[in-house]
Design a binder for this molecule. Sequence first.
Ligand SMILES: [Zn+2]
Length: 576
Amino acid sequence: MSGAADVAYALSFADADRNRLRVTARAEQGCGTWWMATWIQGSYLIREYARNVESVSARGSDGPLGVRKVAKDAWVVMCEGTGAGQPVELTYTVAAHELTVRTSYVDDAGAVLNPPSWAIVPENAEGPLTVALTDAPWPSVHTPLPERDGAFVATDVDALMDAPMLLGTTSVHRFSVDGVPHTIATLDEQALWTHPRIAEDVQAIVEAQRDLWGPLPYESYQVLNALGARGGLEHDDSTLLLADPFAARMDADGEPMDADAYRGWLSVVSHEVFHAWNVRRMRPAGLVPSDHRHEQYTPDLWVAEGLTSYYDNLLLARAHRINEEQLLAAISKEIKAVVETPGRKVQPLSQASLDTWIEFYRHDEHSKNQGVSYYRKGALVGLILDAEIRRVTRNKRSLDDAMRLAWARFRNDPAGYSPEGFRAVLSEVAGVDLQPLVHRLVDTTDELPLDDALAYFGLMLSPVDVEGLPPFHGAELAPEGGLLRVDTVARDTPAWVAGVMPGDELVAVDRWRLHGPERLDALPVGPHTWTLARRGRLLDVLVTTRPATPEPWEVAVDPEASLTAQRMRRDWLGER
Ligand SMILES: [Zn+2]
């Protein structure tokens, strides 16, 4: 362990096969309070990491010291009568059994470690903090932290919290952009992620980001890729991803065997690399300085996440990793998700951002009725703002210019940007006051003016084909052991009006016993008696179905678009 460190952690994997991580933390001044993070930056939910910690004990220069738990996430090391300035060694065990991009997971094959979920930190820690691995049985370790004297070094607590670690048998790709080294490391015992195309595609994505923003903001970058359910989390100099294990298998021609899964992974990579600028280094005021223990509030996650979502696929198109058709399909998907969310008429975007702590990561049967995603609606706001800036400047400027000006103005600003500050940048680039438009898009529940934005690019919303769609009732039904359970009921639909509720069991329609949705879907449009079981009692409600008339959500090229509009679209796609 490095003697110069303010805090030196040593991680032991002796209990890895029981999903346990053993931690020793030696602090030069370790008497007093130690704390643990409750959440991880970028994923806005109190996750209570201390719930996975057990058997905390301490030793001082002269032997064992008392440890008192004083809060859910805090401990006090008691040094009364033994010298307050002495070094303290804290030892504890962390249950590391959750494989996600925001928790820690250890087994005998490898480990995915996120410091907020394992590090207990002395209150006075300033840094540097070091992490040594005492008995890791695996050949490789990947983390953005530099290694010195056998330990990984974080300059301060924020840097430690921002540094995931991947250990195990990895497939590794390396490339450089403008001389800046990039590494893609995948926990990959079966060697499924070895195709050179992976590096070529990620390099093209990084170059498209550089073309938008300007010089790369980091000195090196690591894509840490674990295999499991899909996910991603942004960091200053890295991203930790979870990917479908089979997403990167290529055929003999180097084409992905599961093109959707592979493009999905590239899209997440694009999203997280964009965050290296937007949110990691250009931060909303509410997120600075970092508070790892308490909620931090900003109304601007539509900028941090929404605009990032707007650009993730657009930059894939500019990098020629997806074609125009695939980009339009991705935008259609965002529109579909928003128009099928009745909560868009209840919750403005800026409020969705504040409510993320209680809503976004806690989806339940009411979520769609009361809230809207700042990712999806935020991405559409990006499209609208982009079209509007291009329109009012006669295509001399775009949202790209606004992102660059915001970057020039707010990068590494210790105060972050205010909602007004970011909006002022949009107006400044447009040369006209965009505040009323932004206010309408972000602070109200008005429907988004998508038609105008799409028309600017020679695109249109095409009507959805209703042929073959069953009559519409608005309840989402899930077959469950021969029964039909009501999962959700969309606001203001026939089922909602009739009083059908999530959790009801749909027993019969017009007295006919139901075991699946088929019989229900075969009935004609009009009033039908639904027999429900609710809290053990049967009741009848009258649901008057109507013809299926979904709102248009599919984006198509307008065959009658002007040559100017077609040129705008090519320009938008970077095909100049
Ligand atoms: Zn994001």
